[in-house]
Design a protein around this ligand. Structure first.
Ligand code: UDP
Length: 331
C-alpha cells in the first residue's frame, strides 16, 4: 500500500508514519513545516519506504500529484493548538477549509480513500458526561476565534461527508480528543508539554482560569491504532468516530501530578483566560468522549493511562534538556 499523510511532520503524523511503516507500507508525508517539524521524523529519514515532501496542502498541483501516486490518504494537515488559532485566525481557517477541499477534490479525481482527522472542538461548550458522535454542538459567537476554528473543522467534516454522499468518495472522519505523548510541543499551547517543561525548569506552572476545567488525555499511539483500524474497515466509510480516553482529570490535578512526578519545586500560578489567550476567551469546562462506536466496529480501546504517558513525556524532555546542557531543576 502507498500512503500519503498530509501533515505527516506533526506529532501525530510522525507516530502514524512509524505505525504504517511497521506494516510494510510505503509512506509519503506532505508537510509545510509550519507546525510540523523534520525533527519529529528524523529517525525515519533513512527508511527506504519513507518519503518527505515539504509543501503546502493549498498547492493544488502538488496535492494532485501526490494523491495520484497514493492508494490511501490520511489527512492530518490542519491548524492546531488553541493559542495558534487565536493568534493566526485567517491562516487557520484557510488551511482547514480550502486545504481540506483541495485534498478531497484530488481524492475524488483519483478515486482514492481518505481518513480526515477532526477534533473534539466540534462539540464546543457541550459538557455532557459522554459526547456521542451525533450530539449537539454548542458554540459561541463566530467572531471568537475558538468557535470559528470549531466551525472550520465542522466544515471539513461536512465536506468529507458530502463527498461521500454525493460523489461516493470513501471518506472516514475521526474526532480526536486531547491526543498527547512524546514529540508534542507546548509551543502552540498544549498543556502537557507546557507543564512538563515548566516543572523541569523549576518555573511557575501556568494554570489558566480556575483550573477546575477537566480533560481526558489519549495516548498518541492508541489514537494512531484507532485511525488505522478505521481506515482498514469498510464499514467505517461515510461515518464519524470519536477517539479518546474517558478518564477525566482537572487541570489543577494535572499540574499537581506533573510537579510530583518531576519532583519539581515549581509553584502553580493561575492566569486569567483574558491574559492567557484574548479578551472574552471561553474555555470548555469538560470534554469526555463516548467511544462506543469505534469500540463496537474496530475494537478501539485506550491501552496507556495518563501516568505512564506523563512519564514518557518527562523522560523525553529531561533527555533533551540534559543533552542541551541545561540540567532540569528538580528537588
Ligand atoms: N492550559 C493551561 N495552561 C497552559 C496551557 C493550557 O491551564 O499553559 C489549559 C487550557 O486552558 C485548557 C486545558 O489546559 O483548559 C487543555 O489545553 P490544551 O490547549 O492542551 O487543549 P484544549 O483542550 O484546550 O484543546
Amino acid at each position: 500500500m502507498k500512503i500519503l499523510i498530509t501533515g505527516g511532520g506533526g506529532f501525530i503524523g510522525s507516530h502514524l508514519s512509524e505505525a504504517l511503516l511497521a506494516k510494510d507500507w510505503d509512506v509519503t508525508i506532505l508537510d509545510n513545516l509550519s507546525t510540523g517539524r523534520l525533527e519529529n521524523v528524523a529517525h525515519l529519514q533513512t527508511h527506504p519506504r519513507f518519503h518527505i515532501v515539504v509543501g503546502d496542502i493549498l498547492n493544488e498541483f502538488l496535492v494532485d500529484k501526490l494523491v495520484e501516486r497514493a492508494d490511501l490518504v490520511f489527512h492530518l494537515a490542519a491548524a492546531v493548538g488553541v493559542e495558534l488559532i487565536v493568534k493566526d485566525p485567517l491562516r487557520s481557517l484557510t488551511t482547514n477549509i480550502r486545504g481540506s477541499e483541495t485534498v478531497l477534490e484530488a481524492v475524488y479525481r483519483y478515486h482514492r480513500k481518505i481518513l480526515i482527522t477532526s477534533t473534539s472542538e466540534i462539540y464546543g461548550k457541550n459538557t455532557s458526561s459522554a459526547l456521542k458522535e451525533e450530539d449537539d454542538r454548542i458554540l459561541g459567537s463566530p467572531l471568537k476565534s475558538r468557535w470559528s476554528y470549531s466551525t472550520s473543522k465542522a466544515v471539513d467534516e461536512i465536506l468529507a461527508y458530502v463527498y461521500w454522499k454525493e460523489k461516493k468518495v470513501p471518506t472516514v472522519i475521526v474526532r480526536l480528543f486531547n491526543t498527547v505523548g512524546p514529540r508534542q510541543t507546548g509551543y502552540y499551547g498544549m498543556v502537557i508539554p507546557r507543564f512538563v517543561e515548566q516543572a523541569l525548569k523549576g518555573e511557575n506552572v501556568t494554570v489558566f482560569g480556575t483550573g477546575e476545567q477537566r480533560r481526558c488525555f489519549l495516548y498518541v499511539k492508541d489514537a494512531v491504532d484507532g485511525m488505522i483500524r478505521l481506515m482498514e474497515h469498510p464499514q467505517a466509510v461515510g461515518n464519524v468516530f470519536n477517539l479518546g480516553n474517558q478518564t477525566e482529570i482537572s487541570i489543577n490535578q494535572l499540574a499537581e501530578k506533573i510537579i510530583r512526578l518531576t519532583r519539581s519545586s515549581s509553584q502553580i500560578v493561575h492566569i486569567p483566560y483574558n491574559e492567557a489567550y484574548e479578551e472574552g476567551f471561553e474555555d470548555m469546562e469538560r470534554r469526555v468522549p463516548d467511544t462506543a462506536k469505534a469500540f463496537n466496529l474496530v475494537g478501539f480501546k485506550p491501552t496507556v493511562g495518563l501516568e505512564e504517558i506523563l512519564r514518557m513525556v518527562i523522560a523525553e524532555f529531561s533527555a533533551r534538556f540534559s543533552s542541551a546542557g541545561a540540567a532540569p531543576v528538580g528537588r
